[in-house]
Design a protein around this ligand. Structure first.
Ligand code: HEC
Length: 114
């Protein structure tokens, strides 16, 4: 693990933060860094941010909503989140819709998992 620390330190020193984050691009980290501040660390939603809970959505619903947010299906999703998504994408955020929906569902859902 020593080697990994050295590499990370080297990347930090040279300011290659984007590469460092690409190396650790798990859905857990994407959620934590790009979603939790609005939707909550348990996807419970944050009223003050007007961000709805995601932990009550079915996996299918998450797939539909996340696909709509990623694409250009403007009929099928919220405009506010659409612009949040574009801001996050400009900062380099990328995720696979199926994997992110699965992650959010199994990590946070308060419904009975199927
Ligand atoms: C800056 C705050 C903010 C961040 C960051 C954010 N969201 Fe949202 N999100 C919102 C708000 C506000 C809404 C509800 C907008 C509305 O109702 O019009 C929303 C709505 C949603 C919805 C429901 C969309 C719909 O069409 O019903 C999903 C799914 C979602 N967000 C997922 C995510 C994911 C995944 C991330 C991280 C990649 C994320 N959000 C990051 C604020 C945020």
């Amino acid at each position: 693990m020593m080697k990994k620390k050295v590499i990370i330190a080297a990347l930090a020193v040279t300011g290659m933060f984007s590469m460092a984050s690409a190396m650790s691009n798990t859905n857990y980290q994407i959620y934590k860094h790009s979603c939790a501040n609005c939707h909550g660390d348990q996807a419970q939603g944050i009223v003050e941010k007007k961000a709805p809970p995601l932990n009550t959505m079915s996996r299918e619903d998450l797939v539909v909503k996340l696909s709509a947010l990623k694409g250009t299906d403007y009929e099928n999703h919220s405009k506010t989140m659409e612009s949040n998504q574009r801001v996050l994408e400009k900062k380099g955020m990328q995720y696979d819709v199926m994997k992110m929906a699965t992650y959010i569902y199994y990590a946070f859902s308060i419904e009975e998992n199927d």
